[in-house]
Design a protein around this ligand. Structure first.
Ligand code: NAP
Length: 200
């Protein structure tokens, strides 16, 4: 049976990934901080295979995608027992947007290493964070090539699981290694941030 997905954050990235997942036949629970009733129009626009839930409902799914603002990551800890859960971190550590695009001061850590502290014990994989949502939302098939989604993480099993899901959505996957290495390449300022790469 296909894994279920919970998405925490129902904005640009949450909705974009939700559309890919639903198209590929996954069951998705989409959530924000304001509760399921606030998502009725969004759910209606995405169609079948998706339901609105609380953030705790989304956190109960097999695989959880984090698509909420950086300022909100501390709210994740209380949502569930994260131990052993596969979590995909699509966040970037912006504390402000246009025109200054300021990043949080996270020292030498990769941003996903910081997020990992708020989902203790989760098997966290960085992905879906490198592309502007309007590019991420395009058909991953580009001519005879496939758009690349980068992944990084410290556990092979969860990376393999997430890679298989991403391939099932129609993307190609490039594994950039551990969080300390790969996540830094993926996050703002990193070598593959905003890189719209197509694999032929
Ligand atoms: N936009 C992009 O192209 C892009 C690309 C790559 C990565 N990212 C990253 O992805 C994350 C989301 O970006 P976005 O552009 O999708 O932002 P967005 O459009 O502002 O959406 C954020 C969503 O998170 C929800 N939210 C806020 N606080 C929450 C909480 N405590 N619990 C659950 N949901 C909460 C918001 O709804 P409520 O406020 O109603 O709760 C909203 O649905 C950010 O970390 C961003 O840096 C964005």
């Amino acid at each position: 049976m296909k894994k279920t997905f919970g998405i925490i954050g129902a904005g640009n990235i949450g909705q974009t990934v939700a559309r890919h997942l639903v198209k590929a036949g996954y069951q998705v629970v989409l959530s924000n901080s304001q509760g399921p009733d606030s998502l009725k129009d969004v759910i209606d626009s995405i169609g079948s295979g998706i339901a609105a839930g609380s953030a705790a409902d989304a956190a109960a799914a097999d695989i959880v995608l984090l698509a909420l603002p950086w300022s909100q990551i501390a709210t994740l800890t209380a949502l569930t027992d994260w131990k052993g859960k596969t979590v995909i971190d699509a966040t970037n550590h912006f504390v402000s947007f246009s025109p200054d695009f300021k990043l949080a001061d996270i020292g030498d850590k990769a941003s996903t290493e910081v997020v990992a502290e708020y989902v203790p014990g989760a098997n966290i994989v960085k992905s879906f964070n490198t592309l502007y949502f309007k590019i991420l939302g395009l058909d991953p098939q580009e001519g005879k090539g496939k758009r690349v989604m980068f992944i990084s993480g410290n556990e092979t099993t969860s990376k393999t699981e997430v890679a298989a899901v991403i391939v099932s959505l129609g993307f190609a996957v490039i594994d950039l290694g551990t969080l300390a290495h790969g996540s830094k390449l993926q996050q703002p300022g990193g070598a593959v941030a905003t890189l719209n790469l197509v694999k032929y």
